[in-house]
Design a protein around this ligand. Sequence first.
Ligand SMILES: [Zn+2]
Length: 408
Amino acid sequence: MTDPDRVVDAVLAAVDDAYTVHLARRLVQTPSVYRPGDPAGTEAAAAELVARELRCLGLAVHVEEAAPGRPNVIADWGASEGGPLLILEGHTDVVTEGDPAAWSVPPFGGVIADGCLYGRGAADMKGGVAAAIGAVRALRDAGVRLPGRVRLAIVADEEGMMLGIKAFIRNGWARAASGAIVCEPEANTMCLVQKGALRAVARFAGRMAHGAMPKSGVNPIPAAAAFVERARALEARYLARHGAHPLLGEPSVTPTVILGGDPTQLNVVPAQAMVGLDVRTIPGQDHAEIRRDLAAASADAAAGAGARGELEVIEERPWTETPADAPIVDAVERACRRVQRRTPGRAGVPGATDGTFLRAWAGVPIVTIGPGDVTIPHRVDEFVRIAELVEACRIFAAAACYFLSGPA
Ligand SMILES: [Zn+2]
């Protein structure tokens, strides 16, 4: 077999930095904030740009809607059959720009200044999408032959309920994959672990009453308060048991919403109250046990106040941990050493990503790495450093070569 380092030489020589930067810029200039109720407020235009670009590269492109008007774009490069399948994953949606006046550049202008590309999505993650496409373009232009395939998965709705990657998996696109690179902004640092999450709502029902005769009703607000206290105790218990993860920090149970009563009716005992929780988990925690703990906490809190309580888990995203000996880890590590000329740093992903479901639902070993500072997404004046953007493209291209060539 050909020496993979030779193949990497050829592919890196074929990387076109100007192409990657230009594509990232055009993607930023194509707004893709999901705005429910606004027919133009979807990922469709950005997905269309991606699909057009991939067709220009001569790839067979599949466009599938994850939800009405919200397309996933999927395209393969490489051998038609056999060999490993590597997924390069990215999302087209971006979060809202907020108040444009708070920005020092137009949020969708694609301004390039001081070695950075500015705009909503520059880091999260149109830069990563452009770098992934640039990597496949370099593989194609280098004319190399490798066993297996690279599959670009450029999906919708990562910032929402992750409908895009869920549809991608449900439609069978992840089935044959033996590794995936999730191109999220991690400052080109390798991440093998990410936190899990549970979003839960506790609802408490009592009985309305006049504030002058509160005992004639049942007040659900003390139940909600007791639940918040129990949530705090659970957090302390999880922390005592699991400690802090070296890369992910501490597990948390955070009350994020509390509602009950009518702010204009201070003399009324309300009938309803609710508490919303954002639970974040680290490797080793058992989500089924957490569900049971939360259900018991809401039942106890309700019983103590004589109210009725119910707990609903709205969304569950397991933590992920990729084994250090997975071939995708080896491939990305070799690529980083080659491109960055140093042993790659390691970090953890604090939030869930599409990679959560690739790992949890489809069993695909994932490495999260891509251009852009970790703290930049979702802020005003979002940017990606051009040097990091083109470096990411090289890492993805080299990692694909190493992964498809097999272990050293
Ligand atoms: Zn993202």
